[in-house]
Design a protein around this ligand. Structure first.
Ligand SMILES: C[S@@+](CC[C@H](N)C(=O)[O-])C[C@H]1O[C@@H](n2cnc3c(N)ncnc32)[C@H](O)[C@@H]1O
Length: 287
């Protein structure tokens, strides 16, 4: 099965690539990539001019022969290392094959917010946000002040077990901040979609994890119609800071309201909606 779709290509070439180009210009270097390229390496090939080294992880044994074949066909062998394993397990277990810091981390997941972490003696389930937090910590530990990295995350917004996490996160935001969008997202009267909740909660949790560690240089949220489900794609450009940033989360929650959110339909048609409207209207695809 191929993950390629017209919409995904638009996202990589039109949206992600400007972040990557800007990063390379700002930092006068090409990127050291860590993440999920998949066996076809579509992202690496589209971003080729800006990628120096790649560490890719693939947990599906059946895809490894195709991955090896594509490494050879695309002449990537000298620049790409792969590990056959679960990327989440490698991060949580602090596997020494992961050598921080990375310039570009691409978490192009297929799954939702909750992750089934199957390991003996460990809790069987964990939230991906715990993994994101760990990554932010490791990157912070190994980057110097003023150095940056790009963090791309893609999640599937299918309905399911994630709901309690969202409800709890929204309740805690409601307690701490008086924000109209949170009120709207939490209200039982409204028909709120899972992708609206993910698009609000994931960045707010990332902002919180970055508190006193990273400043948000830039970010983007793209909601797109995937093959079966609506997917949510985030680009964060994070810069390590020295001191504490007063009210960092408040500032960034405000940026979330002001942000133009990009919606991409299956046909490739794009719409832009201001965060404030996106997070307080039913069925934003129809706005
Ligand atoms: C969506 S595809 C990657 C697509 C690619 N980034 C692109 O732009 O075309 C995700 C790949 O990562 C693998 N994968 C998903 N979750 C993983 C995990 N937790 N650990 C390792 N591999 C994973 C999948 O089997 C799949 O091959």
């Amino acid at each position: 099965m191929s993950y390629e779709s017209e919409v995904k290509k638009i996202i990589r070439i039109k949206h992600d690539l400007c972040f990557i180009k800007k990063f390379c210009e700002d930092n006068s270097k090409k990127c050291k990539y860590f993440g999920l390229s998949g066996p076809d390496f579509y992202d690496i090939l589209d971003w080729d001019d800006f990628i120096e080294k790649v560490l890719t992880v693939e947990y599906n044994e059946e895809k490894i022969p195709i991955l090896i074949k594509n490494l050879h066909v695309n002449n990537l062998e000298s620049r790409v290392n792969y590990i056959q394993d679960d990327i989440i397990k490698l991060i949580i277990e602090e596997d020494p094959k992961i050598i921080y810091p990375y310039d570009l981390i691409n978490f192009d997941f297929l799954g939702t917010f909750i992750y089934q972490y199957k390991l003996k003696f460990k809790k069987p389930k964990m939230e991906r946000i715990e993994v994101f937090k760990k990554l932010i910590e490791y990157q912070y530990r190994f980057l110097k002040v003023d150095e940056s990295f790009l963090f791309f995350i893609t999640l599937n917004s299918q309905r399911g077990k994630d709901i309690t996490i969202f409800e709890n996160a929204l309740k805690s935001l409601k307690r701490d901040y008086n924000i109209e969008e949170v009120e709207w997202l939490i209200s039982k009267k409204n028909k709120v979609t899972q992708y609206q909740k993910i698009a609000y909660i994931l960045p707010s949790l990332i902002f919180k994890s970055c508190l006193n560690k990273f400043n948000l240089t830039n970010f983007k949220i793209i909601i797109y119609q995937g093959k079966k489900n609506i997917m949510v794609h985030f680009c964060f450009y994070l810069k390590k800071v020295r001191g504490s940033y007063l009210n960092f989360s408040d500032i960034n929650l405000k940026r979330l309201s002001d942000l133009p959110i990009i919606l991409i339909q299956k046909s490739g048609k794009e719409l832009k909606i201001r965060g404030k409207n996106f997070f307080s209207s039913e069925d934003p695809f129809k706005i």
